[in-house]
Design a protein around this ligand. Structure first.
Ligand SMILES: Nc1ncnc2c1ncn2[C@@H]1O[C@H](COP(=O)(O)OP(=O)(O)OP(=O)(O)O)[C@@H](O)[C@H]1O
Ligand code: SF4
Ligand SMILES: [Mg+2]
Length: 332
């Protein structure tokens, strides 16, 4: 359904050196099949939201392309094609700011229907009622304003608005991180149930690894605008291969103290996307970096026997062979 190919997104920086750019996304390639849920994880500033927004045409593309059902989403002039607007929708992190405080719920959910369909009057109201019912809200909410709803109810309204035009793809950008834990669980459960009911495909952005593991069958790990590992969720979580994925998972608190960690948690800060490191972007923080190699040569993507993609020299031909001979390779 969705293919992102060699996507670059650069932003002009407003301060600092003249002509400097923030390289938010650097050669991202992703594939998302119909009915699947792909989790996009990574630290703050790794470019997750930028990828999600670019897929929906809310950001410019600096290089590369986005394909939806085999067709480019932008025309030759780089404009997002209007017919894709209704086929893919976004749910934002913060439902409090995603809804206009001056609009009733009826008006907020009606907006996409008024823009993209001919529904008006009683039929429009009936469609809004149907949508509220799908998201588990009663008709009494129609004439309420956002401040009269709880956080979880507001996020349900945002989901109702996102599914109003029967989209095929939902980009969910941290849809539960602004909610308290019990409400998070309800919304996640609900998202899973409507995915089947409405035949939806999800691009699910989160830095909460447990949430991604629960919702997504595929996972892509992002670091400084690149995908460093992607594959089946259970494989990525049970047997991470990229040093960054290992470090991210090692940062998750363990339920029992004293349990051995599989890797060293992340040290230091993520470098600035204005001055990207040479070679592997992760070499400044990687406990397995090879001096003279990782800080020097660009890194290629390698496909592992289980179909997983990993961007790390440890899996490139010569280094991988040398490590295998030395008995340093974890089984995949
Ligand atoms: N419109 C913009 N103009 C300039 N820089 C931007 C813009 N949008 C994003 N960036 C920069 O691009 C980089 C990636 O940002 P992005 O919001 O995509 O990260 P993220 O992974 O979603 O982070 P978080 O987990 O904090 O939401 C950051 O350095 C950010 O400052
Ligand atoms: S390429 Fe080198 S620095 Fe980058 S993740 Fe692999 S081992 Fe670490
Ligand atoms: Mg974000």
């Amino acid at each position: 359904m969705l293919e992102v190919l060699d996507l670059d997104v650069n932003f002009a920086t407003k301060s600092g050196k003249k002509g400097a750019v923030t390289r938010a996304v650097n050669g991202v390639t992703l594939t998302l099949e119909k009915g699947n849920s792909l989790g996009l994880v990574g630290e703050s500033g790794s470019g997750k939201t930028t990828v999600g927004r670019t897929v929906l045409g809310l950001n410019h593309v600096s290089a590369g392309k986005v394909m939806f059902d085999g067709e480019r989403t932008r025309d030759k002039a780089g404009q997002f094609k209007p017919r894709f607007r209704s086929r893919a929708q976004m749910v934002f992190q913060d439902p409090h700011s995603a809804l206009n405080p001056r609009m009733t719920i009826l008006r907020s959910v009606s907006e996409p229907l008024i823009l993209h369909t001919k529904l008006r009057g009683a039929k429009l109201r009936q469609r809004v009622c149907e949508l509220l019912e799908i998201v588990g809200l009663q008709q009494q909410f129609l004439y309420r304003y956002p401040h009269e709803l709880s956080g979880g109810q507001k996020q349900r309204v945002c989901i109702a608005r996102a599914i109003a035009l029967n989209p095929e793809l939902l980009v969910l950008d941290e849809p539960t991180s602004a909610l308290d834990v019990s409400v998070q669980a309800q919304i996640l459960e609900f998202l899973k149930s409507i995915q089947k009911q409405l035949d939806l495909t999800y691009l699910f952005i989160s830095h909460n690894l447990a949430v991604v593991r629960y919702v997504c069958n595929k996972t892509a790990v992002m670091y400084l605008g690149q995908i460093v590992e992607q594959g089946d969720t259970e494989e990525v979580f049970n047997n991470p291969q990229h040093p960054y994925t290992k470090a991210l998972l090692a940062a998750v608190p363990l339920p029992k103290s004293g349990q051995p960690r599989r890797s060293t948690p992340l040290q230091g800060d993520i470098p600035s996307p204005v001055n990207l490191p040479k070679g592997c972007f992760f070499h400044t923080r990687c406990s397995e970096a090879i001096a003279g190699r990782c800080d020097n040569k660009p890194v290629q993507n390698t496909t592992l026997p289980d179909g997983r993609q990993v961007r790390c020299v440890l899996f490139e031909g010569d280094v991988s062979q040398a490590r295998e001979t030395a008995g340093l390779v974890d089984p995949v």
